[in-house]
Design a binder for this molecule. Structure first.
Ligand code: ATP
Ligand code: MG
Length: 269
């Protein structure tokens, strides 16, 4: 079976420095893969390379095949059709995805309209509105009609994150990239968003590349994980194996830190 995403020997460099090197991995259709590693290890750059959104000052080599298309070296206008249909992304700070001057309903509606146009079907205004309310309901936003009328600053951070997920879902991508999606949220909201994401991804049969520096969070949502450090992929495997038999000292450190945190939590209860 051909992979939905296949990254081979990816290297990203600036004039001064190599930021990512020798990164290879594949993700099958409908597969959920975690990408984990310390701050600055190259996780977000790897995600941006998949989206074809790296800054122009960076040089990229190797291969990123997404849904049958080569992303490395492709012209931006050739990538536009891939974004939304093949891949969509949600980032840590949903304000970067949301237009502060546009009502939530209009923003999600725009994504709904674009998808309909892509599928060759125009949608009348009431149908767009109904689709928007349905999406807001699916991401478990309370009072969808009120949220649809609200501007991003009028709703909470967790609600903004749900709205950003609704926008990504409206595109019905084959691959969803979630980059530190829950880092800025409190623990309860974080758990709710994770459960929601898992349900939605499973329902739609979407592939998921889930980026986090938190191993237990990755273990909760992904079957397999990739570990990055200093721009390189140092280990990969099923999350259970990474937990039980981490091979690389860095992964062992991550597991030990997660266990120590758990034990401290239990002792405190
Ligand atoms: N626009 C840029 N110009 C130059 N260097 C950059 C740029 N963006 C990122 N870097 C560098 O590339 C390296 C990898 O960054 P990246 O954002 O991929 O890390 P990350 O693993 O996502 O970290 P975090 O967990 O903090 O989000 C870092 O050393 C960073 O400083
Ligand atoms: Mg990052």
């Amino acid at each position: 079976m051909t992979a939905l995403l296949s990254v081979e020997n990816l290297e990203i460099r600036t004039a001064a420095r190599v930021l990512v090197s020798g990164v290879s991995f594949a993700l099958a259709a409908g597969e959920r893969v975690g990408l984990i590693g310390e701050s600055g290890s190259g996780k977000s750059l790897t995600a941006l390379a998949v989206l074809g959104l790296l800054p122009e000052t960076m040089r990229v080599s190797g291969s990123v095949r997404l849904d049958g298309h080569q992303v490395v070296g492709a012209r931006d206008r050739d990538l536009v059709p891939l974004r939304g249909r093949s891949v969509a992304a949600v980032f840590q700070e949903p304000m970067t995805a949301l237009d502060p001057l546009m009502r939530i309903g209009d923003q999600v509606g725009e994504a709904v309209r674009r998808r309909a146009a892509r599928d060759g079907a125009g949608l009348a205004r009431p149908a767009v509105k109904a689709a928007v309310l349905d999406l807001l309901e699916r991401v478990a936003l309370p009072e969808p009609a009120r949220i649809a009328r609200a501007f991003p600053h009028e709703i909470s951070g967790g609600q903004r994150q749900r709205a950003a997920i609704a926008m990504a879902l409206a595109c019905r991508p084959k691959l969803l990239i979630a980059d530190e999606l829950t880092t800025a949220l409190d623990v309860t909201t974080q758990a709710e968003i994770l459960t929601l994401l898992e349900t939605l991804v499973c329902d739609e049969g979407m592939g998921l590349l889930f980026i986090s520096h938190d191993l237990p969070v990755v273990a909760a949502i992904a079957g397999r994980a990739l570990v990055m450090r200093q721009g390189e992929l140092i280990e990969e495997g099923p999350v259970g194996t990474l937990f039980d038999r981490p091979a690389h000292p860095y992964t062992r450190g991550l597991v030990a830190a997660a266990r120590a945190f758990d034990e401290a939590l239990e002792a405190a209860l």
